[in-house]
Design a binder for this molecule. Structure first.
Ligand code: ZN
Ligand code: ZN
Ligand code: ZN
Length: 488
């Protein structure tokens, strides 16, 4: 921001500025003339690449273009002793960013030299990386902001609930936003909040303090972080996260019973633990992957993969028959038929389907097109028929409970879409969505390249590979060809 200029005064300041030609007090004498205070200020803040290639502050002028100190002969101290960069200096030969960083560290240092909590570190990082260091410094130095941050620094743990107990203010909400943005607090979202409450209680079941601390980190930096990055936490994510944490706790408590710390776990432990319990123990691989990524355990450790194959599966003929039934049977309402087709024919997850909005549905004379996530699905006759019916119904998106609802699958309460579990329940009267999905996958892998299927169905390539292996030798040949082509 440049200061607004006062009018010049040629009586008081007879010498015109070498840059703006106005009559103000001359602040400095440089090779291109006497420079007024305004232009001097501006010169210190001019950054860019000089004609000589030097990048940094360009306070001088050569051929009326900004130039570096060396090319222009301008003498000016813009060398920060803190970061070593060229920048406008604030004080003590340090730039504004370095002063901001020092100020943040001073304000946020916890009492009694305690190490700062991860949340507090995240606040610090966020504040230090504010784009405009000078406005950041101005903001942080306001007494009420300084006071709020100092209070925050005394909190051993920062949570949404703890923030709620502090006096309501814009500063509080701004800092809350920073914490969420930097993944130090989960986004406030119904399922995400429920997961956090659940996780707090789950931690109490952990018998060893060190395992409790590890699990706390796993919850925060893996699960809550992922939830923060989602627009809306789906029921599937919520349930999977609970399951993963539950199994992680079981494993660690078992290790504690053996007198072992997680850091000392070996393959024999894992094999024994898995053999002694239900097959769902293989879910602990999610926790172990995280523990490997964060260098807590030996990276070669592995669980036996969970064996599928016991799910009922619809073959292609049964699927075609169901599709025919679903698109014609009038006794099933068109909304359920529409959803069923997405699951049955396109293998989409119910948790994604319930979030579909009408602006993602396009109806033309020959096609109904639906965008689910990054996947575009084109429906042709006869399976587009339930969608056409829905669109044609005069009340398709307007009811008293949902005056402006844009959800295709609206729920029982105003403004909300249907719960994934409710829809699954309704569809399971006609078919089991899981069996149908596995069936779809099984058929599709014979026909399409793996990446397209993975994207279309929202599966990891590993899942697809397992199905592909089981489903077709042709598919293997196809992959071979791909490898040869890409190797060239
Ligand atoms: Zn000037
Ligand atoms: Zn230069
Ligand atoms: Zn600096």
């Amino acid at each position: 921001m440049t200061r607004p200029r006062k009018a010049g005064d040629s009586q008081k300041w007879p010498e015109a500025c070498g840059r703006c030609a106005e009559h103000h007090k001359i602040a400095v004498r440089w090779p291109d003339g006497g420079i007024c205070g305004y232009c001097y200020q501006q010169a210190k803040r001019t950054r860019g690449t000089c004609a000589c290639g030097h990048e940094g502050v360009l306070p001088g002028r050569v051929d009326s273009l900004p130039a570096c100190r060396r090319c222009s002969g301008v003498r000016l101290n813009v060398d920060c002793i803190g970061c070593g960069k060229e920048d406008e200096l604030h004080s003590g030969s340090r730039c504004w960013s370095c002063i901001l960083a020092l100020t943040v560290d001073r304000i946020l240092s916890p009492p009694d030299n305690q190490p700062p909590s991860p949340e507090l570190q995240a606040v610090g990082t966020a504040l230090k990386s504010m784009k405009r260091a000078n406005s950041g410094l101005t903001w942080i130095q306001q007494p009420h902001v300084t006071e709020f941050l100092q209070q925050l620094a005394t909190e051993p743990v920062i949570t949404h609930a703890r923030l709620d107990e502090l006096p309501a203010s814009r500063t509080r909400e701004y800092v809350r936003g920073l914490l969420v943005e930097h993944n130090a607090l989960p986004r406030r979202d119904e399922l995400s909040a429920r997961f956090s409450d659940w996780a707090e209680q789950a931690l109490d079941r952990i018998t060893s303090p060190s395992h409790r601390e590890i699990t706390r980190r796993y919850i925060r930096w893996h699960h809550q972080r992922r939830m923060n990055q989602m627009d809306e936490v789906t029921r599937g994510t919520f349930l999977r996260a609970k399951q993963a944490v539950t199994v992680a706790i079981e494993l660690q408590n078992w290790l504690s019973d053996q007198g072992t710390e997680l850091a000392e776990v070996n393959q024999a432990h894992l094999d024994r633990w898995q053999a002694e319990g239900p097959t769902t123990r293989s879910i602990a691989s999610r926790f172990l992957d995280w523990a490997i990524r964060t260098n807590l355990i030996d990276p070669s450790l592995k669980l036996q993969p969970h064996r599928r194959g016991t799910s009922r599966r619809l073959d292609a003929a049964a699927q075609s028959e169901l599709v025919a039934n679903l698109s014609q049977r009038a006794e099933i309402n068109p909304r359920d038929r529409a959803a069923a087709i997405l699951v049955l024919v396109f293998g989409q997850q119910v948790s994604d389907i319930v979030q579909l909005t009408w602006d993602k549905v396009t109806v033309t004379e020959e096609l109904v097109t639906i965008t689910l996530g990054t996947v575009e699905i084109a429906l042709t006759s006869p399976i587009d028929e339930p969608w056409r019916e829905l669109v044609a119904a005069p009340t398709h998106h307007q009811t008293a409970a949902h005056p402006n609802s844009n959800w295709v699958f609206r729920g029982g309460s105003p403004g909300r879409h249907i719960q994934a579990s409710t829809l699954t329940q309704r569809l399971s009267t006609a078919f089991s969505s899981r069996a149908a999905r596995l069936g779809t996958l099984h058929e599709l892998t014979k026909l399409a390249p793996v990446a397209i299927i993975a994207e279309a169905l929202g599966y990891s390539p590993a899942t697809i590979d397992r199905h592909a292996l089981a489903s077709s030798a042709n598919y293997m040949e196809y992959i071979e060809t791909l490898r040869k082509v890409s190797a060239r």
